[in-house]
Design a protein around this ligand. Structure first.
Ligand code: TXA
Ligand code: MG
Length: 348
């Protein structure tokens, strides 16, 4: 798999950006692999209608074959060919949240290759809002299957440099569109259950989905470690995700209790905490990696994955992390962080 020449092209300048997007669109049409920015995280794209091209995604990422891919579209009329029928609820959701960070799971049509749906009879579809993602899908003239552009098991990439670090030599092209504004992956909602069900929290919140649809269940795997014997509704939930090399302990409780616990740890322990904690952690003499400020869920989401990568760069072995609040976008931040901590939590 390590046999691609990877072009790395910036898209910030309108003229060279257009050329780079054309080149990436050609890569997709030829059955190759193109990495591109979205508003959530970077995606590793292939032609969603070409099973062989999509198999290449799994090889490049080292992704288990039973974990299905999200199909990205640029216009509402591109949804119909992908699904058995367009549910009324999908039309309503699209009116409110597309283009944007919401993925909707629906019964699939026969146009979806098995590689994309990983043997399920459903397909996940999203219409991203990032102008580069939209231009690329539009110019390729294809639906684009794209998981996050990281090696399986590492944190999702929020910069093109993260993608290059994980995928150099494994993909044909990387479009550098700077830092992703949201920073956590899209909200995943299934309409294939009797009551719509949230499978992965994201920037479109459970509260917002309930406002539009009425009742929306939260899958148990969002908040809890599901045991290996249970089949999760979203196959991605059963894999260890976002895991830095360090052991992370997620600490619930006040800042004072956190400092107290930290002060009892060995030298070399690192705190993954809020900007407001910087001074105090410095004074205690421990390493400090911030992930946004305490009251700002959007900032926490934007920072979290880069912060997890920084922990690896610091070669941290033990990390104490301050738990975020779980309301609004905080639920998405908590969901990613508790997985990074492999559900190792303490309540003070
Ligand atoms: O923001 C995002 O969603 C990013 C950008 C690139 O769009 N993509 C992304 O893809 O996060 P990925 O593959 O890393 O995560 C997709 C998640 C996985 O947990 C997968 O198991 C789930 O969606 N999924 C995909 N298709 C599904 C299906 N048919 N049924 C249940 N879960 C599905
Ligand atoms: Mg992923």
């Amino acid at each position: 798999m390590n046999n691609h020449h990877t072009s790395f092209l910036k898209v910030d300048d309108p003229v060279s950006g257009r050329k780079a997007i054309s080149e990436a669109a050609n890569v997709l049409r030829r059955g190759g692999l193109a990495v591109f920015p979205t508003e959530t995280v970077y995606g590793l794209g292939a032609n969603a209608l070409d099973g062989t091209a999509c198999t290449g995604i799994f090889a490049a990422k080292g992704r288990p074959a039973d974990n299905p891919l999200i199909v990205h579209i640029a216009r509402m009329q591109d949804l119909k060919p992908l699904v058995r029928e367009v549910p009324d609820a999908a039309v309503l959701l699209a009116e409110h949240f597309w283009p944007g960070p919401l993925t909707i799971i629906m019964p699939k049509s026969e146009n979806i290759p098995d590689a994309v749906s990983a043997g399920l009879d459903t397909v996940a579809v999203r219409m991203p809002s990032h102008p580069v993602a939209r231009a690329l899908i539009h110019e390729a003239g294809l639906p684009v299957a794209a998981p996050s552009a990281n090696r399986s098991g590492s944190p999702s990439p929020t910069t093109a440099q993260h993608c290059l670090a994980d995928l150099d030599g494994r993909v044909d092209i990387i479009l550098d569109g700077g830092q992703c504004s949201i920073g956590v992956e899209s909200t995943v909602l299934t309409l294939a259950t009797p009551v719509p069900r949230l499978l992965r929290p994201g920037a479109v919140t459970h509260e917002q989905l309930c406002d539009v649809l009425g009742n929306v269940d939260i899958d148990p795997a969002v908040l809890h470690d599901i045991d290996a014997a249970t089949t999760p509704s979203s196959p991605g939930m059963k894999y260890k995700h976002y895991a830095p090399k360090a052991r992370i302990v997620l600490v619930h409780g006040t800042a004072e209790k956190f400092y107290n616990l930290l002060s009892q740890q060995e030298h070399g322990t690192v705190a993954l905490a809020f900007e407001e904690d910087r001074q105090h952690v410095d004074n205690l003499g421990f390493g400090f990696v911030p992930y946004g400020s305490e009251q700002n869920h959007l900032e926490q989401a934007e920072r979290l994955f880069a912060a997890l990568r920084e922990l690896d760069e610091l070669e941290a072995r033990l990390v104490f992390a301050r738990a975020p609040e779980t309301s609004g976008v905080g639920l998405a931040v908590y969901n990613r962080l508790v997985r990074a901590a492999a559900f190792d939590e303490v309540y003070l």
